[in-house]
Design a protein around this ligand. Structure first.
Ligand SMILES: *Cc1c(COP(=O)(O)O)cnc(C)c1O
Length: 217
């Protein structure tokens, strides 16, 4: 199936209140253009340099999301244009994004990454760290970042009960924080293999790559 057909099929399965991020990492401009021509405007990348090269070449009404693990020294290269950073996993990273956003006179929207997987290879805050973080003075003092919600990745497993349990946990933490922190309106969870479960469990944003663009090497 073509990118166009895949995208049409995926869109059929996503409710209107859920935002689709088309994850185009490792894929060429031609594939992104095909999705763009089909109306897709939000793309996710996990490497700053690759995202920047694509941003330079593609139409400027695209929203670029950084979905991968991010090093502080790379933030400056994307501060001019990135529209949402999904993987904030430390207070120092958030502070750096604030600093670089200020230089460009803009506000950058961010999501805090939560460690929900039972396996311990994934980045992110745990619940306790997160509840603590949102009440610190430095967190509240960042004028050029807007923390819009949470992001999480479930364990890579065939055990869909486990995946569901992890998404449920993230949703409940999201609800808890949303009560205290009114800016929250994004819950980014779900990828090609588990996005339907994620939506059932309250996701508002899914990040789908291989089901649209085909598998990666
Ligand atoms: C690559 C990636 C995705 C998309 O994965 P697929 O299984 O190809 O849909 C989603 N989220 C993150 C953080 C990723 O790195």
């Amino acid at each position: 199936m073509s990118v166009k057909e895949n995208l049409l099929a995926i869109n059929e399965t996503i409710p209107d209140n859920v935002t689709l991020v088309a994850v185009s990492k490792t894929k060429p401009i031609s594939a992104i253009q095909e999705a763009y021509d089909q109306g897709q405007r939000i793309f996710g990348e996990n490497r700053v340099q690759e995202m920047t090269e694509k941003w330079e070449k593609m139409p400027k009404d695209i929203e670029w999301h950084m979905i991968g693990h991010l090093q502080r020294n790379k933030v400056k290269y994307m501060a001019e244009f990135v529209s949402l950073v999904h993987g904030i996993d430390s207070p120092r990273l958030l502070a750096e994004i604030n600093k670089q956003a200020e230089k460009h006179n803009r506000t950058i929207s961010c999501l805090l990454q939560v460690h929900i997987a039972e396996e311990d290879t994934k980045f992110g805050f745990n619940e306790e760290e997160l509840l603590e973080l949102v009440h610190t003075d430095s967190f509240k003092a960042h004028k050029n970042v807007k923390v819009k919600g949470l992001m999480g990745m479930a364990t890579f497993t065939d055990d869909m009960d486990q995946v569901r349990r992890e998404f449920k946990g993230l949703k409940s933490l999201y609800t808890k924080l949303k009560d205290q922190y009114t800016d929250f309106d994004v819950l980014s969870m779900g990828m090609s293999g588990d996005y339907q479960i994620a939506i059932e469990e309250g996701s508002t944003m899914v990040r789908i790559g291989s089901s649209i663009f085909g598998s990666r090497n």
